[in-house]
Design a protein around this ligand. Structure first.
Ligand SMILES: [Zn+2]
Length: 426
């Protein structure tokens, strides 16, 4: 392939993903606004018009911010590639008197820094303006800054050894480096499954054992009924940062634990907590978690093989803004191919997001059905209604926007299926 042709393909993919993103945002805003003044019939008994309007306004405000962020990200991507940003970083790091692998670390660090610095005002605005306006934010500026520093330190502590290992393999491990790099990457992912619940999450939140009481009794009963061993039931002080509620499973094997946000426990009755947990349990029992891990392993293997091929192709570099006179330096520095790949990949794979979202929604329906069999479908419906209301999630998403992005099926479909399950069971 020639570099010019590849530039053309890249620009078409970039423009397509940008236009589709903006089009989807416009659809979502228009659809939600059009349904703002009437609660859907299925929810008219449970959700008030005020809460419904709040959800619409919140959804629209998030979309508006998303549009600005999409535009900025698209411009930064062009600046970094065809605009010569990465080429400039390459020339600059060539002049620094450290070993080549550390030059690549600097290059990748600079790319990450650019992304992080640009994301910062958006994160600030989201937390202290948008979330605050709708009454969700509980983070202070001090806590926000502290989180930022912790995340940065964690990124360096975990990301640096991984990056060094991958760069070293790219440079030294021969034609099959991508296979070795994949083993390292996969090992790192498994390590994270273990480190996240035990080391990382406790850096940001306090976890206390779920106190004895009706809720705990129901949960332990459900777990033993489903033959499910867990290392611990915990409550997380989610209210420290936000009023949003959630529950999740984390870890694997004997380190499995269940975490409830304190905000969730104060809002739901034991029946509903049991139903939410039964849904989460369904994800494990139906092997969704392991399927996800296998999928991500296969996809990362394919991407690394692709990267190995691209890193040897001149047109990949020149087509993305590295001028021909920089090619010898680029070929000697695996970090250049890695940076270009990580920058450019999202615009090519964006168009596949409906497939991933569809796969995820299929699992959500299956987990709901599991919950309906092992707990009360009616309690899951009332828990979901409370969660939708508390999180100001829209009940009337645009169908195309939802098909593209939503990892969970729209509320109306989930509730309809659960009510049907309740009718046949009861
Ligand atoms: Zn789920």
């Amino acid at each position: 392939m020639s570099a010019v042709v590849f530039t053309g393909i890249f620009v078409v993919a970039w423009a397509t993903s940008l236009v589709v993103r903006l089009w989807l945002a416009r659809r979502q805003i228009a659809h939600v606004a059009a349904h703002r003044d009437a609660v859907p019939p299925a929810f008219s008994d449970t959700i008030g018009l005020g809460a419904h309007r709040k959800a619409a306004d919140y959804t629209i405000a998030k979309q508006h911010l998303g549009v600005v962020e999409t535009l900025v990200d698209a411009l930064v991507l062009i600046g970094m590639t065809l605009g010569g940003g990465l080429a400039w970083l390459l020339r600059w790091t060539e002049t620094i008197a450290v070993g080549p692998i550390w030059r690549d670390v600097l290059l990748l660090g600079a790319v990450a820094l650019v992304g992080g610095v640009i994301g910062l005002p958006f994160s600030w605005y989201r937390t202290f303006r948008l979330e605050a306006r709708f009454g969700f934010n509980r983070t202070t500026l001090r806590l926000w800054l502290l989180d930022l520093l912790k995340a940065l330190a964690l990124g360096i502590a975990l990301g640096l050894p991984l990056t060094l290992a991958i760069l070293w393999l790219m440079g030294r491990a021969g034609a099959l480096w991508w296979l070795w790099a994949w083993l390292v990457w996969f090992g790192f992912q498994l390590l994270m499954l273990f480190l996240y619940p035990t080391v990382i999450a406790p850096l940001f939140n306090r976890f206390t054992p779920l106190p004895a009481g009706a809720a705990r009794e129901r949960i332990e009963h459900l777990l033993s009924r489903c033959g499910f061993a867990v290392a611990g039931l915990f409550v997380m002080d989610g209210s420290k940062r936000s009023a949003h509620g959630n529950a999740y499973f984390t870890g694997f094997g004997k380190a499995r634990r269940i975490v409830f946000f304190d905000t969730l426990l104060t809002r739901l009755v034991p029946d509903e907590i049991e139903a939410i947990l039964a849904h989460e349990l369904g994800h494990y029992k139906l092997r969704h978690v392991i399927k996800r891990i296998v999928w991500s392993a296969l996809v990362s293997l394919a991407f690394l093989a692709l990267l190995a091929w691209l890193a040897d192709s001149d047109w990949f570099y020149v087509g993305l803004g590295i001028r021909a006179d920089l090619l010898p330096a680029a070929h000697a520095r695996p970090g250049v191919a890695l940076a270009l790949f990580l920058l450019a990949l999202p615009v090519f794979v964006f168009i596949l997001s409906p497939l991933a979202a569809r796969y995820s929604r299929k699992h959500e329906f299956e987990a709901d059905a599991f919950a309906a069999r092992n707990a009360s479908p009616g309690a899951l419906v009332s828990a979901l209604v409370k969660l939708y209301e508390d999180n100001a999630a829209t009940l009337t998403p645009d169908p195309v926007h939802s098909a593209f992005y939503d990892s969970h099926p729209p509320a109306s479909l989930r509730v309809a299926r659960l009510q049907a399950a309740g009718a046949t069971a009861g």
